[in-house]
Design a binder for this molecule. Sequence first.
Ligand code: NAP
Length: 321
Amino acid sequence: MNSSYDLLIVGGGAAGLTAAQYGARANLRTLVVEQTANGGQCLLIEGLENYPGFPDPIGGMEFTNRFEEQAKRFGAEFLVSGVQNIEKEDSVFRVQTGEGKITTQAVVLATGAQHRTLDVPGEERLSGKGVSYCATCDGPFFRGKKMIVVGGGDAAFDEAQFLSNLSDNIVLVHRRDRFRAQKALIERVEKNPNIELRTNTVIKGIHGESTMMGIEKVSGVTFQRTDTGEEWTEDTAAVFVFIGSIPQTQLAGDAEKDEAGYIITNERMETSIPGLYAVGDVRTTPFRQLVVAASDGAIAAHAASQYIDELADQRAEAVAV
Ligand code: NAP
């Protein structure tokens, strides 16, 4: 790893990896810094079926590997490390990573978003013991058992559909009487005999019981109807929570954000800080999809390349004067 790059990308999900491919292919010295494994939320996808050009479902891991391979083929470099902070001095960004300070001319934030929690009693204590935020990861542990899915968006419907292949007793609960998921996903779930849909219902608490080994695991939940206020408790083996996400904007500094905390960009993925770009789930966008994230990455790298050329012109002019 060098200590100076043209383009530094924080986050190795679909948006970041596409920015890396386009940046490296435009001859920018490009570095992707990712603190865990590349892939982001893509790694949670069992069978990706709506990415154009892939008519057969492809696993999220294989899909990520292909993105990474392609970016590397054009010369992008990768660093596994956390990024502590980003400072801009004149036109240079100084990025503090766990492996030392790196300077760069432009930064792409592709830091994504983290799952939101219900914040009800029992959720945190039983997380990993029946409370889960990833059906692909944890669903198989509860094969044949009753599982509750919370949420009314695409993720809840997608994941309920996935879990219905493991059990015929899936209950999807949503706080309102209307879902925000795509119509096609709703229709598929409505026809699925293994999934029961319950609207106007929230979870008030998650309960656990000790196993023979003395380890606590989920045993039930207390529900409440939002229209009548009625409360009752039901047994369940697991609770899968898919109620949206929180953008990871800790490195965005003073870049402008919307009321939900997502970074605002223009159509070139430029933030309010020149040279700083935001792509994928961390930015305000009307449609959070892999194909959109990849498109964001391509646009940001292209815009960054033009920005870096302009910086070079300005420096040359300053020297000439
Ligand atoms: P989302 O679209 O923001 O939906 C979150 C859902 O959780 C909403 O129905 C919301 O209810 C509910 N919710 C929020 N806070 C809650 C709380 N405290 N208690 C109970 N319910 C709560 O999030 P998402 O489903 O994770 O999707 C995120 C993005 O990824 C979306 O843009 C989506 O299109 C995309 N995505 C796409 C696919 C696909 O195309 N196959 C799959 C997964 C995700 P309200 O409706 O009442 O606000």
